[in-house]
Design a protein around this ligand. Structure first.
Ligand code: SAM
Length: 260
């Protein structure tokens, strides 16, 4: 990837930093910049930094694991010949790139809340997406709902984007309802958001989805990446099929799900 070369410097920090508190120094053109790892806008602005940091230095393997699991599930359980996929929390396009290597993709749409993500995807992987929308699905209006539903998706993929003040449960559930019944859903999530003491709302949301409208077909626990101090960050990749519409308002009204 072209651009001014940069050097990543890891700070000496204790193990106490949570995943969304981690930060690094980036040296570029004689300047040192402190960047928080979850400050994706700053990272996407520097060509190649996202790949160098998360994939080369910290060993992130999630696009491979989640897309590989989806491919395996589709082979085992009879998936579509051709994908019409919504890549939600698409970033600079690494997930869709992997998906296109594994399966025939006739139509790919990316959605991210950051304009820097769309700009980076267009810069780093031009022509990958049929459409890339910068949008907040937690506040989905009727115009965009209808437009996105008209794309007749058969697959929803969300990698490394749930929890940690990234994609909130309401936005994920809205994305779930943008794809029709029978669609394939593939995502990953940090192990702590699946535990009984989870405060993010995801544990409850996923339990309720499984009770009513989502059948898990394949899942695996794995190391998403290392922390900057070398700790393994454990995630679960999940692939399944949507069996009915989610009654989102009912879930929130009955306080089954928190909206954070
Ligand atoms: C760690 S990146 C993952 C990007 C890509 N899926 C990948 O695996 O390389 C998380 C992405 O989620 C996006 N994101 C965070 N909150 C979001 C939201 N509420 N709606 C849409 N995207 C969001 C971020 O902007 C960021 O691009």
């Amino acid at each position: 990837m072209k651009g001014q070369p940069c050097r990543i410097v890891f700070p000496r920090v204790s193990d106490a930093l949570d995943q969304d508190e981690e930060w690094i120094f980036v040296e570029r053109g004689g300047r040192m910049q402190k960047i928080r790892l979850h400050n994706y806008g700053d990272i996407y602005r520097i060509p190649g930094l996202y790949e160098e940091l998360f994939y080369k230095k910290l060993g992130c393997d999630s696009p491979n694991v989640v897309c590989g699991l989806l491919d395996r599930a589709m082979k085992r359980h009879g998936g579509p010949d051709s994908l019409r996929a919504l890549d939600f929390g698409a970033g600079n396009g690494m997930v869709s790139e992997k998906l296109s290597e594994l399966r025939h993709c006739e139509f790919l749409v990316g959605i991210d809340i950051l304009k820097e993500a769309k700009e980076a995807a267009e810069r780093d992987r031009p022509g990958l997406y049929d459409h890339y929308w910068v949008m907040d699905l937690a506040r989905l209006d009727e115009f965009n709902r209808k437009r996105l539903q008209s794309y007749r998706f058969n697959t929803l993929v969300t990698v490394a984007a749930l929890g940690f003040n990234d994609i909130p449960t309401r936005a994920f559930l809205n994305a779930f309802n943008l794809v029709p019944k029978g669609s394939w859903i593939a995502f990953n999530i940090r192990d702590k958001f699946l535990r009984e003491d989870d405060r993010s709302g995801y544990r409850n949301a996923l339990d309720r989805l499984q009770d009513s409208c989502f059948q898990i077909l394949e899942q695996t626990d794995y190391c998403h990446r290392r922390s900057i101090t070398g700790r393994k960050l454990c995630y679960r990749a999940i692939v399944g099929q949507k069996t009915a519409e989610a009654d989102i308002e009912d879930l929130f009204e009955k306080r089954c799900v928190r909206s954070t």
